[in-house]
Design a protein around this ligand. Structure first.
Ligand SMILES: Cc1cc2nc3c(=O)[nH]c(=O)nc-3n(C[C@H](O)[C@H](O)[C@H](O)COP(=O)(O)O)c2cc1C
Length: 198
């Protein structure tokens, strides 16, 4: 199995979403001997925020690209090639101010490309990234999967929405949550790892 692991926490080895993401990767590797792994640390090597040059490059035919546009589109082309090549994608998604880190959002901005990863037809939008298994590793200080903070769970609906739009509908979410809640946080990572089924 070809696995792509996206890291987005800036906290390095201390990161809980990374520890949970690593546990998902390890279980995938055990279940699929001979798997290959591509790891992208989006915090250490961030994709650029979309600027005019990137957007222009997306909407200009490749044969009309100036050297500047050809350079600008490289990030997106590389990210899409890695995504298309992967069979399983593990996405670390820590909660920072109620959302994914902007580094993960920047990666998403570079993989959403008309006629590459989605298209519009008479029947509406169609995702072109098909046949992938996606695993999301969410870490949070609070609890969002249930209880009074559930209305503030923007990450899971957002990721299911945008990845589903691109054709990735086989999505499993694991959460190490309540990390800052006394009596919950102490066991949150361990419980999340125990619950992984691949
Ligand atoms: C800048 C910052 C913002 C945070 N925002 C939230 C938040 O909105 N909701 C929440 O439940 N936890 C929040 N936390 C706690 C993190 O989600 C928690 O520490 C988690 O472990 C971060 O994931 P990581 O360990 O992979 O970096 C925040 C932490 C930091 C440092």
């Amino acid at each position: 199995m070809k696995i792509l692991h996206l890291i987005s926490s800036p906290r390095g080895a201390e990161s809980i979403s990374l520890k949970l993401g690593n546990a998902i990767v390890e279980k995938l590797q055990v279940a699929n001997p001979g798997s290959t792994l591509v790891t992208k640390d989006l915090a250490l090597n961030p994709f650029p925020h979309l600027e005019e040059v990137h957007v222009t490059s997306f909407f200009t035919p490749a044969e009309q690209h100036s050297p500047e546009l050809a350079e600008a589109i490289k990030h997106s082309d590389e990210a899409i090639a890695e995504l298309m090549d992967a069979e399983a994608i593990v996405i670390d998604a820590p909660v920072y101010n109620f959302q994914i880190p902007s580094t993960l959002k920047a990666w998403i901005d570079h993989i959403c490309r008309a006629n590459k990863t989605f298209s519009y037809s008479a029947n509406g939008p169609e995702g072109l990234v098909k046949g992938k298994k996606v695993y999301v590793s969410i870490s949070s200080g609070g609890i969002y999967s249930h209880g009074p903070m559930k209305p503030y769970d923007f990450i899971e609906p957002y990721l299911r929405g945008v990845l589903g739009f691109l054709g990735m509908t086989d999505i499993t979410v694991y959460r190490a949550e309540g990390l800052k809640v006394p009596g919950v946080g102490e066991h949150a990572l361990e419980n999340a790892i125990d619950g992984i089924v691949v």
